[in-house]
Design a protein around this ligand. Structure first.
Ligand code: MN
Ligand code: MN
Length: 336
């Protein structure tokens, strides 16, 4: 068997060493990180798990997000171990692994939701954090159920998306990629004092969409707010609203302008740049992030991996936040 040399820092098994192995070869795990079973076999304890959900039975327009996780992994080969934006090495701060894909039923949406919820609970049973690659946005509901169960109560939510995703039903269906956050509020798994959309834009069915969304408790930072108020002011407002609550972040890649993320199911003009999104995420350091997802990457509409690269970097900065949070918590526990 071929030996695969890996970067090892702080006793943690990191990415394939791309100074010794060309990064375009070999298995496309996320950021060339070890597989879950590989890390465990080598005696390492997983702390952050990247998991894929190849599922798009909840989409209302272009299908194809079932291929999203694989595409983001392929587009993540160029990621490196040190994050200069935060001056941290996330793969040294926590043992990050690729846990593969969940086996979700493509023909039975309710069963798929059950599977995702159960798999998310199983993957976090050892106390590790989850970074999920979608899949369409339907998957956020079971992921939030699992996150709230692990957090021991409702969680705060930052939802990056061109869309509200708080519609009631579509063609009579309660569970679609346009409804997860209304269902989550109804189920009492979100802390409605601290839930916000960021990056919304585009035409709606009517003003009632916004009224309903407001009634559910959501705050809105529109895409033009980010442009007009700027990243720092937006970050301050979001941090104030979240406070020290356990926080889940859900990123629909269509929050980015189609120029930055063409490969998605329901694109809308006038979106965030990838730079703006990454800068907002970097402004969230120190918050109690408990889990995150990046969804709605549909590679059939992508070009030159533009969307895949954006999504892989968004995931990288989310992992940076998760790793730093875990390291800070551990340092506090060790000191106590
Ligand atoms: Mn969307
Ligand atoms: Mn969405």
């Amino acid at each position: 068997m071929l030996q695969i040399p890996r970067v090892t820092e702080e006793g943690r098994l990191g990415p394939v060493n791309s100074a010794l192995v060309p990064r375009y070869g070999g298995a496309p795990t996320y950021a060339l990180l070890p597989r879950l079973d590989e890390a465990v076999a080598a005696g390492h304890t997983p702390e952050i798990k990247v998991v894929g959900v190849p599922f798009d039975a909840g989409v209302s327009y272009r299908p194809g997000a079932r291929f999203g996780a694989g595409h983001v992994r392929q587009s993540s080969r160029l990621l490196r171990p040190y994050n200069p934006a935060t001056d941290t090495s996330p793969f040294a701060q926590a043992q990050v692994v690729d846990a593969g894909d969940m086996a979700v039923n493509p023909f039975h949406l309710d069963e798929a939701i059950e599977t995702i919820q159960q798999d998310a609970l199983d993957l976090t049973a050892d106390g590790s954090s989850l970074l999920t690659l979608g899949g369409d946005h339907t998957i956020a509901l079971p992921l939030l159920r699992a996150a709230a169960a692990r957090a021991g109560g409702p969680v705060a939510l930052l939802h990056f998306d061109a869309h509200l995703d708080t519609w009631d039903t579509y063609f009579g269906a309660e569970y679609t990629h346009g409804t997860p956050f209304r269902r989550a509020v109804e189920e009492g798994i979100l802390d409605t004092e601290a839930i916000s959309h960021v990056g919304t834009r585009g035409p709606l069915y009517g003003k009632k969409d916004l009224d309903d969304d407001h009634r559910l408790g959501f705050g809105i930072v529109t895409s033009s707010d980010v442009f007009r108020r700027g990243v720092d002011e937006v970050v301050d407002a979001l941090r104030q609203r979240i406070g020290d609550r356990p926080l889940y972040i859900s990123v629909d890649i269509d929050v980015l302008d189609p120029a930055h993320a063409p490969g998605t199911g329901t694109p809308e003009a006038g979106g965030l740049t990838s730079r703006e999104l990454l800068e907002i995420l970097r402004g969230l350091r120190g918050l109690d992030l408990v889990g995150a997802d990046v969804v709605e990457v549909a590679p059939a509409y992508d070009h030159a991996e533009i969307t895949g690269i954006a999504a892989s970097h968004v995931a990288y900065d989310l992992i940076t936040l998760l790793a730093e949070r875990r390291a800070a918590r551990k340092a506090k526990e060790d000191a106590a």
